[in-house]
Design a protein. Structure first.
Lengths: 550, 317
């Protein structure tokens, strides 16, 4: 890179180091000697697992460190301005004007007490860059560019009155209102449904190109990044692994870790899950027949309409759908957390009651559920041993040495060391916590486990390992799974049968190979088309196809 | 559920609570030991006179009939006649209520804005020197009972310094200067007792909101700190703060009984205490109902303000 080019860079980060400073104990490095630059109009992606320091780096570009973190050394130069040397009020002046930020969860990051316009236009108005009228006009223009419905009026609403995908775009409008030199997008599509994700991605991409804005795009998902970035910086444990143009990283990765990321990306697997050998079993392990259920008094608002599915022993049925499809409600009905209004639940040929309270101990023990958020599902004040011992006491009356041995066995089953027994959940990583969560279900020696989005909150590599574990457990113990997910690529890897759900109904149901080979149901097709491909240019192709069919 | 529905339901609950309270007040005074007729007649109670008075006051009727008669009178504004002096209780109360509302009103006008201000100042730099001073002072004030504060204030300002009167009885017709002098010590005492709790809750509520991603976002988009606290954090902290304000104003209304007695202030609280001393049951009942109704009214207002302040309820999808 010549010195002339360097001078033209919008952002230059040199030897950036960030430390975490815990209340007790020594500070330790979470970002270590990172250097990169962003050229005008280019998008640089920071990619890595959680804990790789990608968000910390992007925030450091704004000269901001989260509470408990300190930027220890290095320089950040934004269009000639040395960000780290500014004082607090100078930093606040630059933020929102020269450099702006789009957070992961727009739903949490918008202030629920103020209208959207109020928040979008706040910065130019309070910094006297525009009058309120000018700012609102500009906002409406941005809403239009971002393909938001009813651009004239959407800003008059409150955040809770618009959808998640719309909020994410509105947050981009908020970030772009002062035409910043650099835009930071921190996992902006991770919390969205796949079909919404590509629309939002396309809207961001168009806007960045139209305005010729430079951007940093933070993500853990390589296939998403491939659609929007020019350069990719791969991070692991706060250190740089690989840095180069997208094509080079995707098709010619030099580092093993990058290749692991590529393998674990959320793309459709080359080979789908092999069809089960004995499809014609006498009695299926579990059947749900014509389930209708809803929330409120007397199931006032129906969320499941006439849903049926069956799964044979030792097999996996995948339930796929977007948020609001009723897939999690189905899981709750099956494990008894919610009684159906109409319909039967049949466990190995025998009907079981809908309500948890009416089920026998044996029926309870045979059906277990694993929730998405291990963080919330594990009691933070109990050690792992106590967490795993509870179901052992409850179902089998185990205690003392016998229970302890079984806990060690369970930890072994989920490939965790026995020493984890004495740890608290907070001392475990996300993937390890999910393994404990799974071990707790296994403690009951269940026949059927309902897995509700258990890999959705995990990094791709960790999620891959959990899927392998599930498969291994099924092969060894013959457990049956009902695997609920919004991600069709995950389902393709693990399920024998698939139920595609939309708005509380099963729209397509069949073996995985049937579902995944054309012709597809319209909605299945939409879901399949929304799974990003690793190759740059995929996004444009899909969007063109959608325009055509619309 | 829409907003009018929610507010109407809350109003309904409020009214129902007042009725339950009226029942409790009635039962409470009913099970007090002693007989009213005997209490009125004192030493000169002959069986005939007692029977006479019982008949006149309707004391021989069954309890539920007396309850409904009392309640009916209460609703129509007839608070009954005092057993002690035979005068109309409504007149007595009218005379005193003004003083009580003046004392509590002035206290509220000082304490509420002051505690909001102190709470906000403390929340700007949690753990800073200002925050620590405010937090430790308020903690100290919470820990000291109000009558002790009153005694200490009187000892200093009235006994040692001689600046202010230790007795604040108003008989009507005083000039403004005298009223101010009379009110100063009771107002300071009451402000001290309610200020601390409100300040601490404001601080906590604002700090809770400040830890949310929405506030981090506002900071990252370059909003100055004072503006974040006033415009971004405060609207979200309104509901818990309003609740604490209401609770403290309600406490003020009941705490005033102690303070009025301490300072010999001619208000409702002292009237009620006198009623207890003279066994003037109808007067005690009337005062209790007034205090309880204000308490319920304040809490109900807080809930309704919380409902109205919630954008999710105000602007449904």
């Amino acid at each position: 890179m010549s010195s002339d080019q360097m001078h033209n860079d919008i952002l230059q980060v040199r030897n950036l180091c960030v430390d975490a400073v815990p209340r007790k104990g020594k500070p330790f490095a979470i970002v270590n000697d990172i250097s990169f630059s962003v050229e005008p109009g280019k998008v640089v992606a920071l990619i890595g697992e959680s804990g790789s320091g990608k968000t910390t780096i992007s925030l450091a570009c704004m000269a901001y460190a989260k509470p408990g973190c300190v930027i220890t050394s290095g320089s950040v130069e934004l269009d000639g301005m040395k960000m780290l040397e500014l004082n607090q009020s100078e930093k606040q002046l630059a933020r929102g004007v020269n450099i702006s930020y789009v957070a992961q969860s727009a739903a949490a990051s918008f202030n629920s007490a103020l209208t959207i316009n109020r928040q979008v236009t706040e910065i130019p108005v309070i910094k006297n860059l525009m009058s309120r009228e000018e700012a609102e006009k500009k906002a409406i223009e941005l809403y239009r560019q971002l393909d938001l419905p009813d651009p004239e009026n959407i800003g008059k609403r409150y955040p809770h009155q618009v959808s998640g995908g719309q909020l994410q775009r509105l947050m981009a409008a908020m970030a772009m209102i002062c035409d910043p030199k650099l835009l930071i997008l921190d996992e902006p599509t991770t919390a969205l449904d796949v079909t919404t994700q590509i629309e939002v991605l396309q809207a961001f991409k168009n806007l960045i190109h139209q305005k010729n804005t430079s951007a940093i795009y933070v993500s853990h998902d390589l296939s998403v990044v491939a659609q929007i970035a020019d350069d990719i910086l791969v991070l692991k444990d706060g250190k740089m692994v690989e840095y180069g143009p997208v094509e080079q990283i995707v098709s010619n990765a030099k580092q093993d870790y990058t290749r692991m990321l590529i393998d674990a990306a959320h793309v459709m697997p080359d080979t789908i899950h092999p069809a089960p050998v004995n499809t014609k079993q006498e009695t299926p392990m579990f059947e749900a027949n014509n389930i209708t259920a809803g929330y409120g008094i007397n199931h006032a608002s129906i969320v499941l309409k006439d849903v049926s599915l069956r799964v044979n022993k030792g097999e996996t049925v995948g339930v796929i759908g977007e948020s609001g499809s009723g897939k999690s409600t189905l899981g709750r009905v099956i494990c008894g957390l919610m009684s159906p209004k109409i319909g039967d639940l049949i466990l190995e040929g025998a009907a079981i009651p809908g309500a948890l309270k009416q089920r026998s101990l044996e029926q309870l023990q045979r059906i277990q559920i694993v929730f998405q958020m291990a963080d919330v599902a594990l009691n933070p004040r109990h050690r792992i041993q106590k967490i795993l011992q509870r179901p052992l006491e409850f179902y089998f009356g185990m205690s003392g040495q016998e229970a302890k041995n079984r806990v060690i066995e369970l930890l072994e089953l989920v490939e965790l060391p026995a020493s984890f027994m004495d740890r608290y959940p907070r001392e475990l990583s996300g993937g390890q916590k999910q393994r404990v969560n799974l071990a707790r279900a296994l403690a009951a020696k269940p026949d059927l486990i309902i897995c509700d989005e258990i890999t959705s909150a995990l990094d791709t590599i960790v999620a891959e390992a959990i899927l392998d574990l599930l498969q291994d457990l099924q092969d060894r113990l013959g457990i049956t799974y009902i695997f609920i997910s919004h991600d069709i690529s995950t389902i393709a890897k693990i399920a024998d049968t698939v139920a595609v759900m939309r708005l509380g109904e099963v729209v397509e149901y069949g073996s995985t190979s049937e579902i995944l080979t054309p012709p597809h149901h319209e909605y299945t097709e939409l879901l399949l088309d929304s799974v990003p491909d690793l190759h740059p240019g995929w996004l444009e192709k899909v969007m063109a196809k959608r325009l055509e069919s619309a | 559920m829409n907003i009018t529905h929610l507010i109407l339901r809350r109003l309904g609950i409020g009214v129902a609570t007042v009725f339950i309270v009226s029942l409790l007040v009635f039962v409470g005074t009913e099970i007090l030991p002693g007989d009213i007729a005997h209490a009125i007649l004192g030493q000169g109670a002959t069986p005939e006179l007692v029977a006479n008075i019982r008949a006149r006051l309707g004391l021989d009727d069954p309890a539920h009939i007396r309850y409904f008669r009392w309640l009916g009178n209460l609703i129509t504004g007839d608070l009954g006649t005092s057993l002690a002096n035979g005068g109309s209780i409504a007149d007595d109360i009218r005379e005193r209520a003004g003083n009580t509302f003046m004392l509590s009103g002035i206290t509220a006008l000082i304490a509420v804005p002051l505690s909001l201000l102190l709470g906000l100042i403390a929340s700007t730099r949690p753990g800073g020197i200002v925050d620590r001073i405010i937090s430790s002072t308020t903690l100290a004030l919470i820990s000291v009972p109000d009558f002790l504060i009153a005694v200490l204030l009187v000892m200093f300002f009235s006994v040692y310094m001689g600046w202010l009167p230790s007795i604040s009885s108003l008989r009507g017709g005083e000039d403004i200067f005298k009223i101010v002098r009379a009110l100063t010590l009771p107002v300071i005492t009451l402000v001290f007792t309610v200020l601390a709790h409100m300040t601490r809750m404001t601080r906590t509520a604002v700090l809770n909101v400040l830890a949310s991603p929405a506030i981090e976002m506002a900071f990252l988009k370059g909003v100055p700190k004072w503006r974040i606290i006033l415009l971004h954090a405060l609207p979200n902290a309104i509901a818990p703060i309003i609740n604490v304000i209401a609770l403290n104003l309600a406490y003020l209304i009941s705490g005033i009984v102690v303070i009025e007695t301490m300072f010999n202030y001619t208000g409702l609280g002292r009237l009620m205490v006198q009623g207890v001393i003279t066994r003037d049951i109808p007067l005690v009942q009337a005062c209790a109902m007034i205090f309880c109704s204000i308490y319920i009214l304040l809490n109900m207002s807080a809930d309704i303000i919380s409902i109205v302040a919630n954008p999710r309820i105000r602007h449904p999808k």
